[in-house]
Design a protein. Structure first.
Length: 340
């Protein structure tokens, strides 16, 4: 019970990529870069184990960005054709690649780091992929026309990749859908259906991560406009509860999300965000324990997985791993209480 895990990304070592940046450039190239990505993945696994996590991940060490890292090995995308686009309903703008033809998977995207991760841990291994709705919200389209058609095209290639990750020994495939907290009516319309298409045929554990974004300035400013209670989850959780997805990862630490919304996820595993990724202050284990206790009013400890609010890619490494250590220690406090 109370198995600890992380939402997804971790900071990369300074020898691999620019530090404390979300869209960090690589510092290596060619085969040296490929070797560096693999080594950083193994290091991230070992550091998560040392921090005391029960379910570890690749830390997204081999991808430049959680969305565009997946797009790198697909046909149908012109990376040279950059389009300036409003993202997450114009919360911020970014220069994004453009879809110019049919989306096809050229071959494995994350095979190398999945193999490296699997070979270097006996713990439950989780791998993250961007969800279809979030991908279409982070790329321009000059081919498909309708956003939902593009989402289903991405869902098909995500499914191919997810099935391969499962075959390589990955235990949990998680789809990241921050866009679910932005376009709530579209989740019921086609977002959830596209996500289920991406997860089709998986027999490993499946998860969806829905958050209020990385701790970057645009997100922090947006959160300031959301009022006293953030109830976005209230619209999407019933849709997710009716889906085949096993686990839901949500943001709870230092957020204005009312904890009782977890009730809407009856039957699901709940990955409770106990670590604020928008603050450099490392939580105390007691603070983590307090968040877990609050969540336990709405979900049984067997179905509660203490987690981070979101990815930690733009943070300083020692802070990120300090937070993971606090997460594991906080969960241990509550476990000991429960054992009496
Ligand atoms: Zn997130």
């Amino acid at each position: 019970m109370l198995k600890t895990t992380l939402a997804g990304s971790l900071p990369k070592p300074g020898w691999l990529a620019e530090e404390e940046k979300l869209w960090a450039g690589w510092k290596l190239e060619g085969q040296t870069l490929e070797d560096g990505k693999r080594d950083a993945t193994i290091l991230a696994i070992k550091l998560q184990e040392a921090a005391g996590l029960d379910i570890v991940g690749d830390g997204e060490q081999a991808r430049a960005h959680f969305v565009h890292g997946f797009l790198a090995n697909l046909d149908g995308i012109d990376f040279g054709k950059k389009t300036l686009m409003g993202i997450r309903n114009n919360r911020y703008t970014a220069e994004v690649p453009t879809v110019t033809g049919k989306i096809r998977r050229n071959g494995p995207v994350h095979r190398l780091e999945a193999l490296a991760a699997r070979a270097n841990t006996a713990k439950t291994l989780k791998f993250t992929l961007p969800g279809p709705m979030t991908i279409v919200d982070t790329i321009a389209d000059a081919h498909y026309g309708r956003r939902e058609d593009l989402a289903f095209a991405f869902a098909e290639v995500l499914n191919e990749e997810a099935l391969e990750l499962q075959a390589l020994g990955v235990d949990v495939v998680q789809f990241d859908e921050p866009a679910f907290n932005v376009y709530m009516p579209l989740v019921a319309e086609w977002g959830m259906a596209a996500l289920e298409r991406a997860a089709q045929g998986l027999t490993c554990t499946t998860a969806v991560h829905i958050c209020y974004g990385y701790g970057i300035k645009a997100n922090i400013e947006w959160k300031g406009t959301l009022g006293a209670e953030w109830r976005h989850y209230e619209e999407t959780f019933p849709v997710i509860a009716a889906s085949k997805i096993d686990q839901v990862s949500l943001e709870c630490a230092n957020s204005r999300v009312p904890m009782e919304l977890i009730r809407l996820l009856k039957g699901k595993d709940v990955l409770v965000g106990c670590i604020d990724v928008a603050s450099n202050r490392v939580e105390t284990p007691e603070e983590v324990a307090a968040t877990i206790r609050k969540a336990m009013a709405f979900v049984a400890p067997e179905k509660l997985f203490p987690c981070t609010n979101c990815g930690m890619a733009p943070m300083a490494r020692e802070i990120a791993y300090g937070k993971l250590t606090a997460l594991a220690k906080g969960a241990r406090i509550v476990c000991e209480e429960l054992r009496g």
